[in-house]
Write a protein that binds this ligand. Structure first.
Ligand code: ZN
Length: 381
C-alpha cells in the first residue's frame, strides 16, 4: 500500500440534459469486400498511472480497470469549438456527433450527456480539424490530463455523415466513456506481421510515424483494462485491417478484417454493465452508517435531503479504494459539486461541503477494491 501522501485523482463531473430518441443497435454481418484503407483514430499518448510497485496485483488491476471510467450517473457535458475557424464543424458534422451521443445514451446508460455553449463547462471539448485526424482522450483522462478549457479533448478529422464517419463518431465517444481499443485487447491473441503493419500505416492515407503505429496498434494494452476475456472483432472500438497484416488468428490472415457497422452486441453489454440505468436512490441520513458490501466495480447511490443548512462531511471507513462523487440535483439533473478518489492510497474518500436545506443531493460511490468484502461503511455527519 502507498506510504506517502498520494496524488489524489480528480473525480469530477456534471450538468443538465437533452432528451431525444434515435436508438440503433446493429447486428449486420462483417463485410469482406469493403476496402480497409481508411484513415483511423489516433489516440494521444497519456501517461500510465503510477501505483506503488509493492501493491497487491489484484488491487492494482482493479484500480487500472476503473480509474479512467466515470462514476455512473455522471452528467458529461460536451462543447463544440466555434473558433479557431479550423476547429469549427459544419452543422451536419456537429449533428452527427449529437446523434452518436444519443445512440450511446439510448442503450439505457446511467450517464447523462449535455451540450453546453461554454468550454469551461465541458469535460469533452470537440474540434473538427481535418488536418489533425480523429482522436479522443480516454474517459477521465480528459479532466486529469487535458483540463485546460482552451484545448480539445476530442477531434474529428473527416466527414462524419458517411457510414464510416458515423462509426468514427461512436468510436471516439466510446473512448470518452473510458473504453480502449479492442484490437489491442491482449485476449485477442492477434499476432501481427509487424513489418507489414508499419509499412501499411506509415503510408497513405494515415502516414503515421512508427511510434504512433506501435502505440495505437502493435502495443497490447494492460490485461486489467479489458472487461472479461472475450475478444470482439466487431467492436466499435476495433480498427479495420487489410489483408496481410494479421498472422494469427489464421482466419484473418488473408481477408480484410472489417468490423460490422455500429455498436456490437458485446459493446452494448459492456457499456450497460458498467453504466447501468440508476433507479431512485435511497436516503442517506446523518449519523447512520451504511455498510459497503458491494463488489469491485459496483456502485452505491444515495440521496441526501438536508433538514437544515450546514457544513457536512461524508466519508468511507475501512480498508478500501473508492471514488466518491457528490452532485446537486437541479430540475432532475445532476450538477457536479465535489469528488474524491482514494484509490491506491491508505486514505479514505471524504467530501466536506455546505449542504442547504430544501435541496437534494446525490452521492455516488464506486468501489475499486476492498481489503475485506463488506468490512467498510459510509457515513454522513
Ligand atoms: Zn480509437
Amino acid at each position: 500500500m502507498a506510504s506517502k501522501k498520494p496524488r489524489k485523482k480528480k473525480a469530477k463531473t456534471s450538468r443538465k440534459a437533452s432528451p431525444r430518441k434515435t436508438a440503433s443497435k446493429k447486428t449486420a454481418p462483417r463485410k469482406t469486400g469493403e476496402s480497409a484503407e481508411v484513415k483511423i483514430c489516433a489516440l494521444p499518448p497519456s501517461p500510465e498511472r503510477d501505483l506503488a510497485p509493492t501493491m497487491d496485483p489484484f488491487r492494482a488491476s482493479l484500480i487500472r480497470f476503473m480509474d479512467k471510467k466515470w462514476v455512473n450517473g455522471t452528467a458529461l457535458s460536451y462543447y463544440f469549438f466555434r473558433k479557431p475557424a479550423a476547429w469549427r464543424g459544419a452543422d451536419n458534422q456537429e449533428q452527427a456527433v449529437r446523434d452518436a451521443f444519443q445512440e450511446w445514451k439510448d442503450l439505457g446508460l446511467g450517464l447523462v450527456f449535455n451540450e453546453v455553449d461554454a468550454p469551461e463547462e465541458a469535460e469533452i471539448r470537440i474540434g473538427f480539424d481535418h488536418r489533425d485526424g480523429s482522436w479522443s482522450y480516454v474517459g477521465r483522462d480528459a479532466i486529469d490530463h487535458a483540463s485546460d478549457p482552451r484545448k480539445r479533448t476530442m477531434n474529428f478529422g473527416w466527414d462524419l455523415t458517411t457510414p464510416y464517419g458515423r462509426d468514427t463518431a461512436l468510436h471516439e465517444i466510446g473512448h470518452a466513456l473510458g473504453f480502449p481499443h479492442e484490437h489491442q485487447n491482449p485476449n485477442a491473441g492477434i499476432v501481427w506481421d509487424e513489418a507489414a503493419v508499419i509499412a501499411n500505416f506509415s503510408g497513405p492515407p494515415n502516414n503515421w510515424p512508427e511510434d504512433q503505429i506501435r502505440h495505437n496498434i502493435l502495443r497490447k494494452i494492460d490485461p486489467s483494462l479489458v472487461e472479461g476475456s472475450e475478444w470482439d472483432p466487431d467492436s466499435i472500438m476495433h480498427y479495420r485491417f487489410g489483408p496481410g497484416l494479421i498472422t494469427l488468428p489464421a482466419i484473418y490472415k488473408t481477408p480484410s478484417l472489417i468490423p460490422a457497422p455500429g455498436l456490437s452486441p458485446i459493446d452494448i453489454d459492456r457499456a450497460v454493465a458498467f453504466y447501468p440505468m440508476i433507479n431512485r436512490e435511497p436516503r442517506l441520513r446523518p449519523y447512520e452508517s451504511q455498510r459497503i458490501s458491494i463488489l469491485p466495480g459496483e456502485q452505491l447511490n444515495f440521496a441526501i435531503e438536508p433538514e437544515r443548512s450546514r457544513l457536512c462531511s461524508m466519508q468511507t471507513f475501512g480498508g478500501m479504494d473508492t471514488v466518491m462523487v457528490l452532485f446537486e440535483e437541479v430540475d432532475g439533473q445532476p450538477f457536479y459539486m465535489d469528488g474524491d478518489d482514494d484509490s491506491g492510497s491508505d486514505f479514505n474518500a471524504k467530501i466536506t461541503v455546505r449542504l442547504r436545506r430544501g435541496r437534494r443531493y446525490i452521492l455516488r460511490l464506486r468501489l475499486y477494491y476492498a481489503m475485506q468484502q463488506g468490512e467498510g461503511v459510509l457515513m454522513l455527519w
